[in-house]
Design a protein around this ligand. Structure first.
Ligand SMILES: CC(C)(COP(=O)(O)OP(=O)(O)OC[C@H]1O[C@@H](n2cnc3c(N)ncnc32)[C@H](O)[C@@H]1OP(=O)(O)O)[C@@H](O)C(=O)NCCC(=O)NCCS
Length: 207
């Protein structure tokens, strides 16, 4: 049975806060996943021209039951999906795919080359179903010589034979590992065998 939920862009700061609260409940241990109230309102003020990439799902009673929040830092950049969540009571009815489609329409309208996001492990399958491709992000913890040793150990160890793109974030090395399939065992092996790393999936779609 379907659910009667409207999916549209966020229309007020109040609605933005309600939707953000939903995200905060879903990710209580993930402070970066949801913005606090002040930041949420500022976020909308910061990107007034990007309201078309802030999507909300609302019931007939006006309750926010889903949100997808994306932004583009500058013209020509990829759109980053910063948060997506659907209330458990309406999951499995295509709400998230409609939210994501709205964000993608906004991204295409602004000629972004694609959409990227860091996914929680449990949701990677959803993005794959939506046509996204996944890479494994191996984020090293320190910027010092020990990180270089860890990079070398990773490339000679569990990542041997994989195409890896090296980048850095605030001077700290990162490896984006090209994988054919999303393999959680492989991810855990990298986590266990390489010291001081955080490992997760980054998914994206190119237009
Ligand atoms: C992941 C989530 C957003 C999916 O929302 P949803 O509204 O239930 O998703 P949809 O109904 O639009 O699903 C669309 C398709 O993806 C599939 N799908 C949904 N969640 C999936 C998952 N976790 N893994 C694999 N496939 C999934 C559905 O089966 C459906 O497939 P179908 O078209 O073959 O029927 C929702 O479960 C959620 O909010 N989870 C907690 C928060 C979260 O993980 N957010 C993502 C952060 S990166």
């Amino acid at each position: 049975m379907g659910v009667n939920v409207a999916v549209r862009t966020v229309q007020s700061s109040h609605e933005m806060l309600a939707a953000q609260e939903l995200l905060a409940h879903m990710f209580p241990h993930h402070p970066g996943a949801a913005l606090d109230s002040d930041r949420a309102v500022r976020y909308r003020a910061l990107y007034p021209d990007q309201a078309d990439m802030m999507a909300v799902a609302v019931t007939e009673a006006g309750e926010a039951v889903g949100i997808a929040l994306a932004s583009q830092e500058c013209t020509g950049a990829r759109v980053i999906l910063r948060g997506l969540g659907v209330h458990p009571s309406v999951r499995g009815h295509g709400v998230a795919s409609r939210l994501l489609a709205l964000v993608e329409q906004g991204a295409i309208r602004r000629h972004a080359p694609g959409v990227t996001l860091g996914s929680v492990d449990d949701a990677v399958g959803f993005y794959l179903r939506m046509g996204y491709k996944a890479v494994l992000l191996v984020q090293f913890v320190a910027a010092d010589a020990s990180a270089e040793e860890a990079v070398t150990a990773a490339l000679a160890g569990p990542l041997a034979g994989y195409a890896c793109l090296r980048r850095s974030y605030n001077g700290i090395p990162q490896l984006f590992v090209q994988v054919g399939t999303v393999d959680m065992d492989f991810m855990r092996r990298v986590e266990q065998e390489v010291p001081s790393v955080s490992v997760g999936w980054v998914t994206g779609k190119d237009f």
